[in-house]
Design a protein around this ligand. Structure first.
Ligand code: PEP
Ligand code: MG
Length: 677
């Protein structure tokens, strides 16, 4: 038996996604794996069981491993925990975006009239309409739950059928969200699918069935018990995952008692929904022609329901307190998702003002969407390419609809994540080909595999590192495993026959890395008998920015990855939970590195794109354009608004603003140069 004592150092501890990475790694081994923390013990192969340990960042866990492959299991678990359990920038980025786009409520509650309720802003926009309280949407009538049990075999069969149907529904729901352009949000349902396969949970239900309970009774008891245990945890982020358990739990329960999908029963006119909380499925299923927006008594701005609301452009306010549940159905209200306010029974003046703000909000959205296909040209005639950051074929299709002029960053990691073996050349080729075809002749920049650091893969073992962000990641990792890179380059070059592809390498810090990577592309092109494609590097490490004049002699283009460039320039971990405020890409030091890169590139006749989150920040856009960025590469939903903003200023004004920014001492001073959008 092996015993490990590890510290969990990723940002959010063992919450849903990191716990899933842990459990998936554990499941690859035959050995029995138990995890112990704070006097509780969990089955290391059960997501729920691991979640209920409530492990937070910085806490220790003990792992007991017993079985023929215990050594391999111990090495893999040590590596995955050390590498941060797959916690990428996605969650902190969402939290930061929320904070930026949804200011905290103004005005102290004592100064507000009694009909004005405050909550936490969750999704911007204004809605005006009658309230409608959602009652007991998830409840299954007690008389159905209490039905007499059949034989063990019958009840087990019923349970298995309901789980299979639930899996089918979730897969469809997930696909629909991806088609609506909410790929990241769709991943929430992966956790639900995982819960449906949870060994520990299923065996607890099986035990109850064997003791004579009906499948519905057994399922309800076990889900309620586990959800209570998760909800009781100290950590609010973990406790929020109880909603996931309830959500998937009730989905199966409704199927078990024949209540079907149990969609929300809503009035036939548009309403503002009021609920205790909304589950992710409920939010994803909301019909925007019937629901103007929603407010909840519980929930938080980073909860899945809020994330989905933002993706669907539904104004939302959460965490309003139980008082909101007492409001009578049909009462007219104004919901302000931007400021986190609900005005109940507003007077005529308030309604008229809200109406104007709603119209402005809708008009701005519509105008930017309608003009999305038009180029982004500054008022003095400088065209800025606005392209998309994507992770897959469906997103490429959405990007074209949203007006993307190409793909500035294809994060190829998506193909390698959540699986047990790397995709082979053929699979990669098909995906790259489909993406370039979906883009219909627009250029696609494929970034070679960027893993390690915050993005570990279970099947690529990297020895535990004290500082994974300063360790084997990005191009370093690929050059240390040339077969992996060569296979990817072959697939990309084969796909380049179907449309304009370019390749860029992540995390380049040294001239030799560029040389070796470039050499490999040239060799593979010769082998395949195809012409090489344009090659560029990401500028994510200060070394690359400082040596931009040297790199500019050979690279065809640069793309500034401000997420990592900010992290390495300011020495602030991009996932750090309490240093998020310091990690601002508008820091003058980062801007000086970008300015240096652009000058060096332009002097050599090369172009520069920006593909980090900063490129979609309304306060940063004029400064980046003023510094000379030729291309902005942003998430798909941001494309129309980024284009619209570029059309509102001149390059000359932007250059002046950029010059002022470069002289500032702090990021706050830079931000003060431009009003918040
Ligand atoms: C970046 O670092 O800015 C970037 C775009 O790469 P990623 O976020 O994938 O690390
Ligand atoms: Mg990066």
């Amino acid at each position: 038996m092996k015993e490990l004592h590890l510290t969990v150092h990723n940002a959010t501890g063992l919450h849903a996604r990191p716990a899933k990475v842990f459990v998936n790694t554990a499941k690859q081994f035959k050995a029995d794996i138990r995890v112990q923390h704070g006097g509780k013990r969990a089955n290391g192969k059960s997501l729920i069981s691991v979640l209920t340990l409530g492990v937070e960042r910085g806490q220790q866990i003990a792992i007991f491993i017993e079985g023929e492959d215990e050594d391999e299991a111990a090495a893999a678990l040590t590596a995955i925990v050390a590498a941060g359990l797959g916690e990428g920038a996605a969650e902190p980025a969402v939290a930061v975006a929320t904070a930026a786009s949804t200011p905290t409520p103004a005005a102290a509650p004592t100064a507000t009239p009694a009909n004005v309720l405050h909550g936490v802003p969750a999704a911007p926009g204004v809605a005006i309409g009658p309230l409608f309280r959602l009652r007991n949407v998830s409840e299954v009538p007690a008389h159905l739950i209490g039905a007499v049990a059949g034989t063990d075999a019958e009840e087990t069969h019923r349970l298995q059928t309901a789980i299979a149907q639930a899996r089918e529904q979730l897969t469809v729901l997930r696909r629909q969200l991806v088609q609506r352009g909410a790929a990241a949000e769709a991943a929430i349902f992966d956790v639900h699918l995982e819960i449906l396969e949870d060994d520990d949970l299923l065996s607890a239900v099986g035990d109850r069935i064997r003791r004579g309970e009906s499948a519905a009774q057994a399922w309800q008891s076990v889900i309620t018990e586990r959800a209570q245990a998760v909800a009781a945890l100290d950590d609010p982020l973990l406790a929020g995952r109880a909603a996931d358990l309830h959500d998937v739990g009730y989905r199966v329960l409704r199927l078990l008692v024949g209540a079907g999908e149990g969609g929300l029963r809503l009035p036939d006119h548009p309403v503002i929904l009021v609920a205790q909380d909304l589950t992710p499925s409920e939010t994803a299923n909301l019909d925007p022609t019937r629901v103007l927006g929603f407010c909840t008594a519980a929930g938080g701005p980073t909860a899945h329901a809020a994330i989905i609301a933002r993706a669907l452009s539904l104004p939302a306010v959460v965490s309003m307190g139980a008082g909101v549940l007492d409001l009578a159905d049909g009462t007219l209200a104004v919901l302000d998702g931007q400021n986190g306010v609900l005005v109940v029974a507003p007077d005529a003046v308030t309604v008229a003002q809200a109406q104007q703000r709603r119209e402005r909000w809708l008009a701005a959205r519509l105008a930017s969407e309608q003009a999305a296909a038009e180029p982004a040209i500054t008022t003095d005639g400088v065209r800025i390419e606005v392209v998309a950051n994507i992770g897959g074929v469906a997103e490429a299709e959405r990007a074209v609809q949203a007006g993307a002029e190409g793909v500035g960053l294809l994060r190829t990691e998506f193909l390698f994540l959540d699986r047990n073996d790397p995709p082979d050349e053929e699979e990669q080729f098909r995906v790259y080909r489909d993406i370039v075809q979906a883009m219909g002749g627009r250029p696609v920049i494929v970034r070679t595999l960027d893993i390690g650091g915050d993005k570990p893969l279970p099947y690529i073992r990297v020895p535990a590192e004290a500082n994974p962000f300063l360790g084997e990641r990005g191009i370093r990792l690929c050059l240390a495993r040339p077969d992996l890179l060569r296979q990817q380059v072959r697939a990309i070059l084969r796909a380049s026959a179907y449309g304009p592809l370019r390749i860029m390498f992540p995390m380049v810090a040294d001239w030799n890395e560029w040389q070796r990577a470039r050499q490999m592309v040239l060799e593979v092109a010769r082998e395949l008998g195809v012409p090489p494609v344009p090659l560029g590097i990401m500028v994510e490490v200060p070394a690359a920015a400082l040596l931009a004049d040297v790199f500019a002699r050979e690279v065809d283009f640069f793309s500034v990855g401000t997420n990592d460039l900010t992290q390495y320039t300011l020495a602030v971990d991009r996932q750090h939970p309490s240093l998020a405020g310091m990690s601002d890409g508008l820091h003058p030091s980062v801007l000086r590195l970008i300015a240096h890169t652009v000058e060096a590139a332009h002097a050599a006749g090369k172009w520069v794109g920006v593909c980090g989150e900063l490129a979609a920040d309304p306060q940063a856009i004029p400064i980046l354009v003023g510094l000379g960025a030729d291309e902005l590469s942003v998430g798909v939903p941001a494309i129309p608004t980024v284009k619209a903003q570029v059309r509102t200023f001149s390059r000359a004004e932007a250059e002046q603003r950029a010059r002022q920014a470069l002289r500032c001492a702090t990021a706050a001073e830079v931000r003060a140069l431009l009003p918040a959008a």
